[in-house]
Design a protein around this ligand. Structure first.
Ligand SMILES: NC(=O)c1ccc[n+]([C@@H]2O[C@H](COP(=O)([O-])OP(=O)(O)OC[C@H]3O[C@@H](n4cnc5c(N)ncnc54)[C@H](OP(=O)(O)O)[C@@H]3O)[C@@H](O)[C@H]2O)c1
Length: 278
């Protein structure tokens, strides 16, 4: 039977690479992105590669809680159930930007995005008998700690710290949601250092450095999508929940990511922001 999957950030990088492979299996895919031109190209490319006609482009700026709520409503109106939500869209902003909803943009795009979409869609994912949420995180979380007084860079801003903290929160969200759920499996992954556009919006020096390093050390984007595809589609991980993966194998995340009080604190603050914005 055909399954339905939503992939965010499916217009480029790891999300697009995952969508190409998943489309070759028996899945209807909702590809979420902010740029309709890139969405059109992604759909044409995937169709010509796989022949899969069951592809929908869903436009959304995932740095906005209100837009994510609209996206969730649209998904619920188009699909009777969702089998897999692959939360993948993310990035790093080189300067401090506060969204019109009052959130620091990296936190909004990387963490609030995953939280709001997952909590809005949990009921429809629960309709599947093999419901899965997969959160693309990063080993950049190692060494990071959440400063609850600086969630929106109230005290100071560092592009790298904001990114690393958002990825730590992705993992805490995964563990918390997995502990709350008995129906839907929730896992996180590190894709590796992957040669994508992720450094594209960084400053020149950082961009040059990352791109230079990428050519030497990075995984290809197809390899970087391996765990996303595995956790979304493999029977091997049916029923597995609350774990962190790299190269399709379970690994440990940082010590800080296992502190349950912080899972609760992160959950509560995301819920508070969501409630105050919607
Ligand atoms: N690349 C790495 O080395 C690496 C390492 C560890 C973790 N990761 C994680 O992997 C995930 C994917 O990153 P990537 O390397 O594939 O990056 P990428 O090539 O820049 O792709 C990111 C995707 O997310 C979309 N996106 C970004 N901000 C958005 C927004 N506000 N609203 C809607 N869509 C948005 C982008 O849309 P546009 O096409 O419109 O830009 C694009 O489709 C991220 O969560 C990242 O943190 C990457």
């Amino acid at each position: 039977m055909q399954k339905n999957i939503i992939i965010t950030g499916a217009t480029d990088g790891i999300g697009l690479a995952a969508a190409k492979v998943i489309a070759s299996k028996n899945y209807r895919i909702g590809l979420v992105g902010r740029n309709p031109e890139k969405g059109k190209i992604a759909i044409e490319t995937i169709q010509s590669l796989t022949g899969n006609e069951n592809l929908d482009f869903l436009q959304c700026d995932l740095s906005s809680v209100k837009n994510i709520k609209q996206l969730s409503d649209e998904i619920k109106s188009r699909y009777s159930k969702i089998d897999v939500l692959l939360n993948n869209a993310g990035g790093a902003n080189k300067t401090k930007q506060i969204t019109s909803e009052g959130l620091e943009k990296t936190f909004a795009t990387n963490q609030m995005n995953y939280f709001v979409l997952s909590t809005e869609l949990i009921d429809i994912i629960s309709e599947s008998n093999d419901g899965r949420i997969i959160n693309v995180a990063s080993n950049a979380h190692i060494g990071a700690e959440v400063d609850y007084e600086n969630i929106n860079s109230e005290k100071n801003f560092s592009a790298w710290t904001s990114y690393c903290v958002s990825k730590l929160m992705n993992i805490m969200l995964t563990y918390k949601m997995a502990a709350m759920q008995d129906k839907v499996c929730v896992n996180a992954l590190h894709p590796g250092f992957v040669d994508t556009n992720i450094a594209g919006n960084e400053g020149n020096l950082i961009k040059y450095f990352v791109k230079f390093g990428a050519k030497l050390f990075a995984r290809t984007v197809d390899n970087g999508a391996d765990s996303s595809i595995y956790l979304s589609t493999s029977e091997d991980v049916k029923g597995v929940s609350g774990k962190y993966f790299f190269k399709c194998r379970e690994i440990s995340s940082s010590k800080a990511s296992y502190v349950k009080d912080d899972w609760d604190r992160v959950w509560t603050l995301c819920q508070k922001y969501k409630d105050s914005i919607l």
